[in-house]
Design a protein around this ligand. Structure first.
Ligand SMILES: Cc1cc2nc3c(=O)[nH]c(=O)nc-3n(C[C@H](O)[C@H](O)[C@H](O)COP(=O)(O)OP(=O)(O)OC[C@H]3O[C@@H](n4cnc5c(N)ncnc54)[C@H](O)[C@@H]3O)c2cc1C
Length: 470
């Protein structure tokens, strides 16, 4: 129990989890101020009504293979609202055909080359089979490298471009040759430090199922009624002094300890005083806030670039038939601009009722290809629909009717790109912040793009400042 005053900057899931954890740790007497620049909470989570349903305009799923999302949902009273996807597998568009995403792989990386043989050309398969053990482990103790480079070197360009690229493009909108293996696949990186073959590292991480072992459950989940419910319930439990439309422009050290956050217009600044601060905003504003206080952290944050993405969502008449998949991923090498299409109502059966429309979300935007998004909404939606029709048409001729409704949601600078060395730079940044005292960093800029990682990050940041103010 304390009367401390802690400021959380940023009302995305990381900041909200931090506020909730601070309330748990500091008790009802603590003052927890939550400053959010926009007029709503949730950041990249935004559940909006569409065609009579709640359809996510941003993030849609929780990685239930990690414990944090379910734990947070339970803590805020939404344990019963967790929903799993249906049985339909995700597909991959290869050579004009939708193929189920290869089972038993880790993001397309196989335990044995046979598991992916039918996804490769004759030359690609021969290249993958040339995998040889290296003289030492694939990654040194502190080493990091690009995942694209590593996979192309070990298993060939086709494994990189036909299997890994589409899945990482979906998650990061990333350029594989710039993405850090340690940051985007930390579990795999651990095994790469002790194995000399990529397939052996995958085997160590993902042991082959025993005969008669039940199928692994789908690792994803969502919340009935939309992820926005998780945002609202977390805020309700945190009971912060909520300041929406409050952009924190600067942090100033307070004489005698603690911080002043400078908000409001430049000519009429207002100050929020706090004993400790959690910074849970994207990399550019986070670097701006730490400027003048933490050189290493600022440099680390300035290394984090962002990719922009857009989602075109369509409602088709009830009864529209779709292939028997939850959606499909589209490799960049196919020449299409769309990255993926999610058959939203099929993926999430709790949304499907007899006369409900069929919802499809199509995602566009790859790192460095900003111009493809620089079209008016209607043009972007038309492009998305044209390309989905081409993809489905080439796969046995699924005919899509005209949509009843469409919308486009844009996420400029939505997805952080972690280049090799990111994890080390962030741990050095944290060591520097620990010296400053009363300040912690949280969120996707530092700790990973997924909601599960952001929940873990917000909680850890809250614990670190709570330890200091208690
Ligand atoms: C289109 C899209 C789809 C995604 N899909 C998934 C998915 O299905 N599953 C998944 O796990 N992840 C997904 N992600 C990633 C995930 O949603 C995000 O990484 C995560 O929600 C980020 O949370 P955060 O709290 O770190 O940051 P944010 O959500 O970015 O929140 C940061 C908040 O800080 C505020 N802010 C910024 N500057 C200031 C300032 N100076 N002062 C005050 N406030 C400020 C912002 O307004 C924002 O609300 C998706 C992301 C996108 C863009």
């Amino acid at each position: 129990m304390t009367m401390a005053r802690v400021l959380v900057i940023g009302g995305g899931i990381a900041g909200l989890t931090a506020a909730h954890r601070l309330r748990q740790r500091l008790g009802p007497g603590a003052e927890i101020v939550l400053a959010e620049a926009s007029d709503r909470l949730g950041g990249k989570i935004h559940s909006l009504p569409f065609a009579g349903l709640t359809v996510e305009a941003g993030a849609e799923s929780l990685l239930a293979a990690r414990p944090e999302p379910a734990a947070l949902a339970e803590e805020v009273g939404l344990g019963e609202a967790l929903r799993r996807p249906g049985e339909y597998p995700a597909a991959l568009l290869l050579d004009g055909e939708l193929k189920p995403f290869p089972a038993g792989t880790f993001m397309g990386l196989p335990r044995t080359i046979d598991d992916i043989a039918s996804y490769l050309s004759t030359e690609g398969l021969a290249e993958a089979k040339r995998e040889r053990p290296t003289s030492g482990p694939l990654l040194g103790p502190e080493e990091d490298r690009s995942i694209g480079d590593l996979v192309a070197q070990q298993l060939g360009i086709e494994v990189r471009d036909r299997l890994l690229e589409p899945i990482l493009a979906g998650i990061y909108a990333g350029d594989l040759d710039r993405l850090s293996v340690a940051a985007v696949m930390p579990q795999l990186a651990t095994h790469l430090r002790t194995h000399q073959r990529l397939t052996d590292a995958v085997c160590a991480m993902l042991p082959a199922p025993e005969p008669n072992q039940p199928k692994r459950p789908n690792p994803l989940a969502t919340i009935e009624g939309g992820l926005g419910r998780l945002v609202r319930a977390t805020a309700q439990h945190a009971k912060p002094d909520l300041r929406l439309r409050t952009t924190v422009r600067q942090l100033r050290g307070r004489p005698g300890g603690g911080w002043h956050a400078v908000c409001g217009p430049v000519p009429y600044p207002s100050l929020i005083a706090a004993d400790a601060v959690v910074v849970a905003v994207p990399a550019t504003p986070a670097a701006q806030l730490l400027e003048g206080h933490a050189t290493t952290a600022v440099a680390a944050l300035r290394e984090v670039d962002y990719a922009s993405v857009a989602l075109a969502t369509f409602a088709f008449p009830s009864g529209t038939t779709l292939p028997a998949h939850s959606g499909f991923l589209v490799p960049a090498s196919s020449g299409h601009e769309i990255k993926a299409a999610t058959f939203f109502t099929r993926k999430w059966p709790h949304l499907t009722t007899e006369d409900a429309p069929v919802i499809m979300r199509v995602s566009l935007g790859r790192y460095g290809a900003v111009r493809s998004l620089q079209r008016p909404d209607a043009d972007l939606a038309n492009l998305a629909l044209r390309e989905v029709r081409a993809c489905l048409g080439s796969d046995g001729g699924t005919e899509l009717p005209e949509p009843l409704k469409w919308r486009v949601n844009r996420w400029g600078g939505g997805l952080p790109q972690y280049t090799p060395g990111h994890s080390l730079r962030m741990s050095q940044a944290r060591a520097e912040l620990a010296q400053l005292g009363g300040i912690a960093l949280a969120g996707a800029a530092a700790d990973g793009v997924g909601i599960a990682a952001c929940i873990a990050s917000g909680r850890a940041a809250a614990d670190s400042v709570a330890d200091q103010v208690l």
